[in-house]
Write a protein that binds this ligand. Structure first.
Ligand code: ACO
Length: 327
């Protein structure tokens, strides 16, 4: 029998690829739900919630398409580019406006676009999945992709449930992801994963509210954050010390601290915004990225690690060498 040639070793997730996050924008609805507000109908306290999660308040209101459009316009303005130059819209969301159709076409329409537009459902890992997909499309010839993470989790959260009602809120973040022609901006590596064995530790049925085994989510999250961060670091040929800023999914600061103990990252090199946003699922990483940029925490040449995990379970990490030139 003829011997089959062995398949070549696949260097999946090993870059670099020339891309640039040229503009970032966010949207948060005005209405705030503070921990103290929850105590009006729930046996809890601001101290308990803040101590266990790092969250003080979350935002309510808006629609997923409305928040997406606002964040997208802000990202376009930040990059100083016109919407008409976008080749593709990717909207990562767990809470689309409708079951059918997806929300991305409505967002594209409002921006005056008829380019490809699709929703991406990978729960809280969604925006990082979107970034990796955008890179793939750029390697196939596209030049500019709008990657949005937007959620109205309010619609699937029971604010009378002590386990989930303390965590989730609404918000959106968007990035203009460009082909980089300067050689400065690069995606160095990425890692995507899932384990459907854990569907039932965090899920919502059609039209229902989220159900969660909080302790198990906590345990699994710490494990997959460590594994995915390590995979992306190894693929990029980097160590923990080479990373200038980590932007993790903003689920619970205690999860991040527990994962960092294992990996070796420090909170000083970590972007966190969940105190004032709660857990906004796919929106949380671009919200934290925007905050880090607004506070001059990222400079050209910095290596930034995005690290997401969420229901599914899914996880996703990516390391970007920052260019960030606008216009
Ligand atoms: N306020 C006050 N007390 C509370 C509350 C509350 N909101 N919730 C639970 N308690 C009490 C319980 O009654 C229990 O009391 P007892 O010891 O007297 O019986 C005690 O606190 C411990 O209860 P647990 O349910 O075990 O609480 P835990 O310590 O696990 O904390 C929490 C709950 C904060 C939800 C935690 O499990 C968690 O953060 N898990 C991760 C959740 C998460 O991040 N999910 C999203 C990630 S994925 C994604 O983003 C989609």
């Amino acid at each position: 029998m003829q011997e089959q040639p062995s398949s070549p070793a696949r260097a999946v997730g090993v870059g670099p690829w020339d891309i640039n996050l040229a503009g970032i924008g966010i949207a948060l609805p005005d209405k705030r739900l503070h921990n103290n507000d929850l105590t009006a109908w729930m046996d809890t306290s601001d101290e308990w919630i803040f101590e266990r999660t790092g969250i003080r308040e979350r935002r309510l209101g808006g629609t997923t398409s409305g928040l997406s459009i606002e964040a997208a316009r802000a990202a376009l303005a930040d990059a100083q580019v016109d919407a008409s130059t976008i080749d593709q819209v990717i909207l990562a969301t767990t809470s689309p406006d409708y079951m059918l159709p997806g929300t991305a076409p409505a967002v594209a329409h409002e921006l005056g676009l008829t380019c490809g537009a699709f929703d991406l459902q990978a729960a809280c890992s969604g925006w990082v999945y979107g970034l990796v997909v955008a890179n793939g499309l750029i390697q196939q010839g596209m030049n500019r992709i709008l990657v949005i993470g937007a959620e109205t989790l309010e619609r699937m959260t029971d604010y009378h449930d002590r386990g989930t009602g303390i965590l989730f809120g609404n918000g959106a973040g968007a990035a203009i992801v460009d082909r980089d022609t300067t050689g400065a901006g690069r995606l160095l590596s990425w890692d995507l994963g899932s384990n459907g064995k854990h569907i039932h530790i965090l899920y919502s049925e059609h039209g229902g509210k989220m159900k969660m085994d909080g302790r198990e989510v906590f345990r699994q999250a710490v494990t997959v954050m460590q594994e995915s961060a390590t995979a992306s670091l190894e693929r990029a040929g980097l160590t923990v010390d080479d990373i200038d800023l980590v932007i993790p999914h903003q689920a619970n600061v205690r999860i991040v601290e527990a994962a960092w103990k294992r990996i070796g990252f420090s909170m000083e090199k970590t972007a966190m915004v969940l105190e004032h946003t709660g857990n906004t699922s796919a929106a949380s990483i671009p919200l934290a990225l925007h905050d880090a940029l607004a506070n001059d925490r990222i400079a050209k040449g910095d290596k930034v690690l995005f690290l997401g995990f969420g229901a599914g379970m899914t996880w996703a990490s990516a390391i970007v060498e920052w260019n960030g030139t606008s216009g």
